[in-house]
Design a protein around this ligand. Structure first.
Ligand SMILES: Cc1ncc(COP(=O)(O)O)c(C=O)c1O
Length: 465
């Protein structure tokens, strides 16, 4: 036996795994990615920046409505009784929530703040799904009292709801958040594990309580899940558990809630293909979820309602950030860097997305490789490590696309104030959140009296002294 033969590994038949999503879709070519975008949401970008300043966030009402419509049609084609409970934390600008509500959305809230926002925008308690790993006593009580659908997350929370219902001597509707070991990094911080029977145990406790009604099962498999197949498996797991609960505990499972996580067309950092090429479409997600439901429907006492809690797939595409190049320089390795007035304080999703950045002016086909950084005094304030753009100079406007999800709600006032947020609609544009001013940021502060002297003045004293 030669040395090479000795070292040779035994032959193994290769395994074939389908790639997630529609990989056959043609990824957008580089020419489209640098094509100038002089208009956003039907508006002239230069004019908007001139009127409302830069940076500036523009939300396109038409795109938002179209995304909702597409998702709703896709799911209702497969399962008529589908209700969209929009994830409020994904973008809790009131105008955004109001638009989604006007389309018929329920709200999915994870805090008292979001719950009250829904209520203020006319969403009744019994059309709010109240999720989250911790709900304050006050918020939990309000939601239970108003008939919201409270998805329980832990035994401790279950005990608190039992206490409330017993004290009130009236029925409280609950759902059970279930965690499934389906993906590589399961979201097991949340809810009751299916695999270790924690979910079953919790259901037994609820079934014994005369004032608690277990209405349904909830799962949220993770966020930005491009593979529709995972939802199919999650749905099958909820169906199996639901049927078992109906059989063994004589419950009626009235709904299954498949949560959110449906990918937008944004591209995750460090992935080979752009988001558009790997992410399943609304129709593919809908088919993956509704097919198992259709097959199992007759086995339920009554066909359950389907809830989904989409976030990014609804709102990402509707928003663009307009930013201005403030400086151009060469950094290490001779790479060019463009410094913008918009940083990660306004666009935190730049930490995990490679947002598409487009020039506003037509500068021809020649491109250079830029690192695009923000104005914060932090090395990590980087919007793109490397992106091809036409030669830039200070003063140039850029459009950063698909910025609607999690950017406003996770934005922070750090060093610079938050800018204007606009809604573009058929009638023109409206400011839906005015640029912050110093006094607003300081309004909640109080300067102790021993620190006030003859020189302290202005908004430093905004706290009412
Ligand atoms: C319970 C729940 N539902 C819905 C969502 C919305 O997720 P996405 O924006 O990825 O669709 C989230 C976000 O993490 C969530 O935790």
């Amino acid at each position: 036996m030669t040395e090479t033969e000795e070292r040779r590994e035994p032959y193994e038949t290769p395994e074939l795994h389908p790639l997630p999503g529609s990989v056959l879709a043609r990824p957008p070519g580089p020419e489209r990615r640098v094509a100038p975008m002089p208009r956003v949401a039907g508006q002239d970008v230069k004019e908007l920046a001139g009127r409302f300043g830069s940076p500036l966030c523009v939300i396109d009402e038409r795109v938002l409505r179209a995304a909702y419509q597409r998702l709703e049609s896709a799911f209702r084609a497969g399962w008529k009784d589908t209700v969209i409970a929009a994830s409020i934390k994904t973008n809790y600008l009131s105008a955004v929530v109001a638009i989604l509500r006007s389309m018929g959305a329920w709200g999915e809230a994870v805090s008292g703040f979001e719950y009250r926002l829904c209520r203020d925008l006319g969403i009744p308690g019994d059309q709010i799904i109240f999720n989250g790993p911790w709900k304050s006593d006050q918020d939990l009580e309000l939601a239970c009292r108003e008939g919201a659908l409270v998805n329980l997350d832990s035994d401790d929370e279950l005990a608190r709801v039992i206490e409330l219902a017993r004290a009130w001597r009236r029925e409280v509707r609950v759902g059970l958040r279930v965690s499934l070991e389906l993906n590589d990094a399961p979201w097991d911080k949340f809810g009751f594990s299916l695999e270790n029977d924690h979910a079953l145990e919790a259901a037994r406790v609820i079934a014994r309580e005369s004032y608690l009604v277990l209405e349904g099962l909830h799962v949220h498999v993770g966020t930005y899940i491009p593979d529709a197949g995972l939802y199919g498996r999650a749905c099958e797991a909820l169906i199996a558990l639901g049927l078992r609960l109906e059989r063994e505990l004589e419950l009626e499972i009235r709904h299954l809630d498949l949560g959110g996580g449906y990918a937008s067309r944004n591209t995750l950092r460090h992935t080979l293909l752009p988001g558009e090429a790997i992410a399943a479409t609304a129709e593919e997600y809908a088919t993956a979820i509704t097919l198992p439901l259709k097959r199992a429907a007759v086995q339920f006492r009554r066909p359950p309602r389907l809830f989904i809690e989409p976030g990014r797939i609804l709102v990402d595409e509707a928003a663009s950030m307009i930013a201005t190049v403030r400086a151009v320089k060469r950094v290490s390795g001779q790479q060019k860097a463009a410094l913008l007035d918009c940083g990660v304080h306004l666009l935190p999703t730049a930490f995990w997305y490679e947002h598409e950045i487009r020039p506003v002016e037509d500068r021809g086909q020649a491109v250079e490789n830029y690192r695009v950084v923000g104005p914060l005094c932090m090395q990590i304030d980087v919007l793109r490590e490397s992106v091809l753009l036409p030669a830039l100079r200070a003063g140039d406007l850029l459009v950063i696309r698909d910025a609607g999800a999690y950017n406003f709600s996770q934005s922070m006032q750090f060093i610079h104030m938050r800018p204007n947020y606009l809604l573009a609609h058929d009638g023109g544009v409206d400011v839906i959140r005015a640029a912050e001013e110093d006094a607003q940021v300081r309004a909640a502060e109080r300067l102790p009296s021993h620190l006030i002297n003859a020189e302290t003045r202005g908004s430093i004293l905004a706290g009412g002294q």
